[in-house]
Design a protein around this ligand. Structure first.
Ligand code: MN3
Length: 192
């Protein structure tokens, strides 16, 4: 793999005021970068270093898994948001959400509840499991990608994702994520 982070898909201040430049500077340049730096150190001179990031996530355990999965999860998270995001999905993804959650408002409520209920650090996900859409949460670095589900959207619910802007108010962060940041275009591409 190449041991470099993908660049952020937007400027550091592009998600403000919902997520500030300070949050993105810490989250991308410190947290995300540290997972990559650690992974590089752990794999230096090892045959796994030639594998793709996805292969490493799927086949590793312990510290290698934790750092590799956090690199993958964060890149997926950055792409799960965009400036002037929010709104509702359209087309086949909108139909599938209606089919599996009743309606979009119910989907949003269930996603937010699941994210708030995740105890401690982790992630909330919309995934495609076979043909069915599901909301799932994972603890720490765990990722549905490892178990063969197709990830459509994720929200990072580690405190470092929201503490600068929202302090302890994870529910408020979720409301903003779903209302103003989530990138349904990215979800639609993953859904296909
Ligand atoms: Mn994070």
């Amino acid at each position: 793999m190449k041991f470099e982070l993908d660049p952020l898909p937007y400027a550091m201040d592009a998600l403000a005021p919902h997520l500030t430049k300070e949050t993105l500077e810490f989250h991308y340049s410190k947290h995300h970068q540290t997972y990559m730096t650690n992974l590089k150190k752990l794999l230096e001179g090892k045959p796994e270093a030639d594998k793709s990031l996805e292969e490493i996530v799927k086949t590793s355990t312990g510290g290698v898994f934790n750092n590799a999965a956090q690199v993958w999860n964060h890149t997926f998270y950055w792409n799960s948001m965009k400036p002037k995001g929010g709104g509702e999905p359209t087309g086949a993804l909108a139909d599938a959400i209606k089919r599996d959650f009743g309606n979009f408002a119910d989907f949003k409520a269930q996603f937010s509840q699941a994210a708030v209920a995740q105890f401690g650090s982790g992630w909330a996900w919309l995934v495609k499991d076979g043909e069915k859409l599901k909301i799932t949460t994972t603890g720490n670095a765990e990722t549905p990608m490892k178990t063969g589900q197709t990830c459509l959207i994720t929200c990072d619910v580690w405190e470092h994702a929201y503490y600068i802007d929202y302090r302890n108010l994870r529910a408020k962060y979720l409301e903003t994520f779903l209302g103003s940041l989530v990138n349904w275009d990215f979800a639609a591409v993953n859904f296909k």
